[in-house]
Design a protein around this ligand. Structure first.
Ligand code: HEC
Ligand code: HEC
Length: 205
């Protein structure tokens, strides 16, 4: 089992959120499997990576991580390294590894303050261009959310470089595995400067 660091009245509610994030896998087994499968070498021992191009998984929704691994396996999402690494993972290994990373505490990706424009786009979107607020889906502080069988990944505190690469890939259509192409539609409406500013803002959350 994992230790909860929270105390006080909100324990039950926090507990529920963390349990929902972890899903059905076993974090203790996942800790061992993610070490023997060498995930930790790139994604960090506690799921906080030290390389801006490699996403941190700490505090990420397990269900989202599993979906990405399945997408790497099926080819719905492509990456020269991850497509090969995901190939031989069993469903049980994926669930356990994802549970372990989901149970860890995310470290902030940067201490850079974001711009007001990026903060507004995040919280309110831009009606004129039909850009929905990121927070509507990704939750307050970009902590992620799960609703109606869709998992909206945690994007707050993620590395700036990784975030901007993903947003550019959604914009160019090089990544296209979001439900109904929602992220392609949103990223296409963003300018390159906005992608940069949003990535800075999000990594500082
Ligand atoms: C050699 C380095 C390396 C190793 C080892 C590695 N990864 Fe990755 N992983 C990456 C990189 C780089 C990306 C970003 C891919 C991209 O830019 O689309 C990534 C992305 C991912 C993602 C998508 C995350 C997201 O937020 O969408 C998941 C899930 C993942 N890795 C899981 C794993 C698991 C599980 C293992 C071990 C079985 C593993 N990785 C081993 C480098 C690595
Ligand atoms: C209508 C809902 C919705 C809105 C609004 C939305 N997103 Fe997303 N986003 C998603 C979903 C769903 C995914 C997961 C896609 C998948 O399963 O691969 C996602 C994935 C992402 C990812 C990839 C995360 C990773 O770890 O690879 C980034 C980055 C992202 N969104 C940024 C944004 C930003 C920035 C905004 C606001 C400008 C935004 N999103 C608005 C639904 C949304």
């Amino acid at each position: 089992m994992f230790a909860l660091l929270v105390s006080g009245k909100s324990v039950a509610a926090e507990d529920d959120v963390i349990m929902q994030r972890i899903g059905s896998g076993d974090p203790a087994t996942g800790r061992e499997t993610s070490e023997s499968e060498r995930c930790q070498e790139c994604h960090g021992q506690d799921g906080n990576s030290d390389d801006g191009r490699i996403p941190s998984h700490a505090g990420q929704y397990a269900g989202y991580l599993i979906k990405q691994l399945r997408d790497f396996q099926s080819g719905a999402r492509k990456h020269p390294v991850m497509s090969v690494i995901a190939e031989d993972l069993s469903e049980a290994d994926m669930a356990d590894i994802a549970a372990y990373f989901a149970s860890q505490k995310r470290r902030q990706g940067s201490s850079e303050a974001g711009s007001v424009a990026a903060s507004n786009l995040f919280s309110s979107g831009d009606q004129v261009r039909a850009i929905e607020a990121c927070a509507n889906c990704h939750g307050e502080g970009g902590k992620g959310r799960s609703a109606d069988n869709v998992i909206y990944p945690a994007i707050g505190g993620q590395h700036k470089t990784y975030l901007s690469v993903q947003l550019v890939n959604w914009k160019l259509g090089e990544r296209s595995n979001s439900p109904d192409g929602v992220m392609n539609r949103i990223a296409k409406a963003l300018t390159d400067d906005e992608i940069e500013a949003l990535s800075t803002y999000l990594s500082g959350l």
